[in-house]
Design a protein around this ligand. Structure first.
Ligand SMILES: Cc1ncc(COP(=O)(O)O)c(C=O)c1O
Length: 434
């Protein structure tokens, strides 16, 4: 880096310190966000440095992030995308690739998923002409179980796609085993659970593929961004092709002929020697991200352990502080797991003398941010009512989630003081309404 750039980056460090909000926490005045990005001086410098280099498209920083992140999660390949939703779309679309031959998913095939969660875990199933089969969740873990998944498997079932709920792992080993027994493809939506383990093994490493989001609410952020991970090199190649317009060629932008056969292919009914750069083996998208995002991702990745530790610490403080309060169902980690939590989820007992609305209003009035367990029961939303789907068993707990569940934050930007204020506020509300 030349000395002029060094000087600019020194100024950026100074600027970072100058613009820090030095005001302390004022209970009831300072906003306690449920989630948010934690960005330090190094993050700001990483972004500006990438901007000085005009790294406006995907290139060497994206490839470095993909390599480092895959290594970090113990997977062979990671492919960046522009969001977690795009990563989910790519993962499901990849399963429809003709390259998978007999294993490929075809329109009308069923994919087992969970009804209470984030919509873009489910949307790619419908967007690819597949049929979601919804299963219910347990209260307290907010995950489904291997038993429910097993009961949902029917003659048309070909795949499973489930998210680890708010960082709490589902029974990934048992569900992976089911997938193997029944020859089902298995995608883990790991968007909310980076760093969580089940049976001592990282979530996101059990399925054929897994996905991650780098939106600011998540464990690592790039602003917007996402990633598909797999150790199956054939699937990785399909994901890359689907992400990059569906092309067959794998040269980076600005590169040509890395395969040394650019004009030596004959594919489809194209003439012999048609330029490989413009041969399309999939009906693809452009879901790429940029090196500006990857620069921030690399700087965030260095802090992943610290972020996960803070999330665990904040969750434990809330769990201990709220223990024993009546009328609240407190969250439980799935047995055999160590969650890297996304949020602290609470359900107001349906028989409580107060409802969720009153508690949430009370907290929001104190500037304590709350969120829903995303969509609650997705099948009740206007977008899904007329969509083809199947429900296995019933969705009674998903309905409880819709009516009685919410969550508060555990993200690393929260201080002990803030968490203690959240605990005291919830306790005060319950004590005065019991
Ligand atoms: C479980 C889950 N999957 C997918 C997504 C989508 O990620 P993105 O917002 O990056 O598109 C989210 C978003 O929060 C999520 O919670």
């Amino acid at each position: 880096m030349d000395s002029q750039a060094e000087r600019i980056l020194d100024e950026v460090r100074k600027y970072h310190h100058d613009v820090q909000d030095a005001r302390g926490f004022v209970p009831g005045v300072t906003e306690i966000w449920p989630s948010g990005a934690v960005l330090d001086e190094d993050d700001r410098v990483a972004l500006v440095s990438a901007a000085l280099d005009m790294r406006i498209a995907a290139g060497k920083l994206s490839r470095r992030f993909e390599r480092d992140f895959a290594r970090r999660l113990g997977m062979r390949k990671a492919h960046l995308a522009n969001s977690g939703s795009s990563a989910n779309l790519l993962a499901v679309a990849a399963l429809t690739s003709p390259r998978l031959e007999d294993r490929r998913l075809r329109p009308g095939d069923e994919v087992i998923t969970v009804a209470a969660g984030f919509p873009t875990t489910v949307n790619p199933i419908a967007q690819n002409g597949l049929v979601p089969v919804f299963v219910d969740v347990d209260l307290a873990t907010y995950n489904t179980t291997a038993d429910r998944v097993a009961a949902a498997i029917g003659p048309s079932t070909r795949a499973i796609m489930i998210a680890h709920a708010l960082g709490n792992p589902f029974e990934a080993a048992e569900i992976a085993e089911l997938a193997e027994q029944h020859e089902l493809l298995f995608i883990e939506d790991n968007c909310d659970a980076v760093g969580s383990t089940y049976g001592g093994r990282l979530t996101g490493t059990f399925g054929d593929m897994s996905t991650v989001s780098f939106y600011p609410a998540h464990h690592l952020t790039m602003g917007e961004g996402g990633c598909v991970l797999t150790s199956n090199l054939a699937l990785a190649r399909i994901v890359e092709s689907m992400r990059d317009w569906g092309r067959d060629c794998w040269c980076e932008p600005g590169e040509s002929d890395t395969c040394r056969k650019r004009f030596g292919y004959q594919m489809g009914t194209l003439p012999e020697g048609y330029d490989h750069k413009y041969i399309f083996s999939h009906v693809g998208y452009n879901l790429k991200s940029t090196d500006l995002q990857a620069a921030l991702g690399l700087s965030q990745l260095a802090k992943l352990d610290m972020f996960c530790a803070a999330r665990r610490r904040n969750w434990r403080r809330l769990r201990e502080g709220l223990d024993g309060l009546p009328w609240l169902v407190l969250p439980e980690p799935t047995p055999n797991s160590d969650p890297s939590w996304f949020g602290f989820v609470l359900t107001v007992d349906p028989d409580a003398p107060f409802g969720r609305a009153a508690l949430v209003d009370f907290l929001e009035a104190r500037r304590i941010g709350t969120r829903r367990l995303f969509a609650g029961n997705l099948t009740r939303h206007p977008a899904y009512i007329d969509r083809e789907h199947r429900v296995s068993g019933d969705l009674a707990n998903c309905d409880v989630v819709t009516d009685h569940t919410f969550w508060v934050g555990v993200y690393p930007g929260l201080t002990d003081e803030m968490i203690d204020y959240v605990i005291a506020s919830i306790a005060e509300f319950v004590e005065t309404h019991r």
